[in-house]
Every structure is written in C-alpha cells, then in structure tokens.
Design a protein around this ligand. Sequence first.
Ligand code: ATP
Ligand code: MG
Length: 133
Amino acid sequence: VQQTYIMLKPDALQRGLAGEIISRIEKKGYHMVRCELKMLDEAILKEHYAHIADKPFFPELVAYMTSGPVLAMIIEGENAIVGMRMLMGATKFGEALPGTIRGDFANTTTENLIHGSDSEETAAIEIKRFFGE
Ligand code: ATP
Ligand code: MG
C-alpha cells in the first residue's frame, strides 16, 4: 500500500470543488489518512517547486498558491501515486482528458486544482515537508 501527498490548491476551495474532488478520490477506493487546511508561504513553495522556481511563470504560481488556503492530504491506497496522477489528469491545459479532475474542471495550466506527488521518492519528501516526521 502506497501513500502519496495530495494538495487541493486554492482554486479548488474557492470554487467549492473540494467535496467533488475528495468524492472522486474516495470512490476510487483510496483513503485519506491525514488532512489539514493551511496557508502556504513563499519559502515552502520555493522548496516544493524548486524544479520550476526559475521559470517565467513562477511569480504567478506563488501568487496563486498563496491566494487562499490549501487542503493538504495524505492519500493511501494500492498504487496510489500513479493512480492519483491518472485521476488528476495532465498538467497542461488542453491535454487533460475529460473524466479527469483537471480535464473536467481546470481552465488554465496554472490554476489546475490539485497537486499529487510524481514518484515514491517525492511522495516521501513531500509528506515530510507538509506533515513533518
Ligand atoms: P503538481 O506538481 O502541482 O502536481 P505537475 O506535477 O502536474 O503539478 P509541475 O511541472 O510539477 O506539474 O508544475 C507544478 C505547477 O506549476 C503546475 O501544477 C501548475 O500549477 C504550474 N505550471 C506548470 N507548468 C506551467 C506552465 N507552463 N505555465 C503556467 N503554470 C505552470
Ligand atoms: Mg509536480
């Protein structure tokens, strides 16, 4: 059984989509084992998004991710890391398929509702980053 770090981004909460998204995760058979509403700051975002911190869209990403609270979660289930990425859909607006969370609800590449760890290694790092030991 795998654990992955999932985060509902500020637009998901502002648009009232948290229930719908959590419902999809639960219907898939995954379980929420931790959950916390929190505000992020620029320091944690620079760490979390270190791989894209030098991109031109980074300031826009920080403004978006600090525009309201996020819902940080640990989601557990068989093959949950890859499985959650499939439920989420593609990063790029226009590539996310209907039936996925981003494909059904996201309208831009930046404001894409949800984050999910992309490997076992990053899942462990991100769970520690957002929930501690
Ligand atoms: P996440 O890490 O949030 O799950 P991801 O792994 O699908 O998303 P990353 O490449 O890690 O995508 O990018 C992190 C976030 O930065 C994206 O979810 C999106 O909000 C934003 N982002 C990524 N690429 C772009 C882009 N080309 N233009 C604008 N925003 C972008
Ligand atoms: Mg990513």
